[in-house]
Design a protein around this ligand. Structure first.
Ligand code: HEM
Length: 177
């Protein structure tokens, strides 16, 4: 039964690979369009080249993020209904991201110049939509883990202890982070 799974540390693909890889995808695919926009405004070819490489490497990282996400999902233990609903949305948005970024990366890979001249507005619309979707995907993933506990090990949930007082003061009464 799915709910009986406890030994996450023994998975063939550790669930922790997903958070490790996805940060590269998120950073590069947000920095890519930002470099392109700065390159166009400042007329700097070097920035357009940076935009191209961020896009290409970021899309590879995105593909690996989706694969590790699928592996992480397969290793999940029990979680709340709200967490499951968010996970379904997170999953679907992962494929939307691939649909936006793979064509953009292919376009960029086969372009002779750093940023294609033809249909440039369309390219930028695609890339900015992709960056926005990437931001939404990471916010959703974070809320899913940190607010709804999806992916936490049984040990992390079993016996929470109150946070000891720190330099910033005692823990808040309602127990939130
Ligand atoms: C279909 C694809 C995906 C699936 C099935 C998936 C699944 C998951 C799962 C199960 C978790 C819970 C944590 C874990 O067990 O590792 C998670 C967390 C997360 N995911 Fe995904 N994911 C996918 C794609 C993506 C993509 C493309 C991104 C961003 C580029 C992303 C961003 C995140 C973030 C930010 C977290 C929170 C991680 C943390 O800070 O600990 N995911 N995802």
């Amino acid at each position: 039964m799915r709910g009986d799974r406890v030994a996450r540390q023994d998975e063939a693909v550790p669930a922790e690979l997903h958070p490790f890889v996805l940060h590269f995808a998120a950073a590069l695919l947000i920095a890519g369009p930002a470099c392109d926009a700065a390159g166009l405004v400042l007329r700097r070819d070097a920035l357009l080249q940076a935009g191209r490489w961020n896009t290409l490497i970021g899309t590879v990282a995105l593909g690996v993020s989706v694969l590790t996400g699928i592996a992480a999902r397969a290793a999940l233990g029990p979680h709340s209904a709200a967490g499951e609903a968010m996970l379904n949305l997170h999953d679907a948005l992962g494929y939307v991201l691939l649909g936006l970024w793979v064509p953009a990366a292919v376009w960029r890979a086969f372009s002779r110049i750093a940023l294609p001249q033809r249909l440039r507005t369309l390219y930028l619309a695609l890339a900015f939509a992709g960056a926005t979707a990437c931001l939404a995907e990471t916010l959703l993933g974070s809320a899913m883990v940190y607010r709804h506990g999806v992916g936490l090990s049984p040990a992390a949930r079993a016996e929470p202890i109150p946070r000891p007082p720190t330099l910033t003061g005692p823990p808040r009464a309602n127990g939130s982070r």
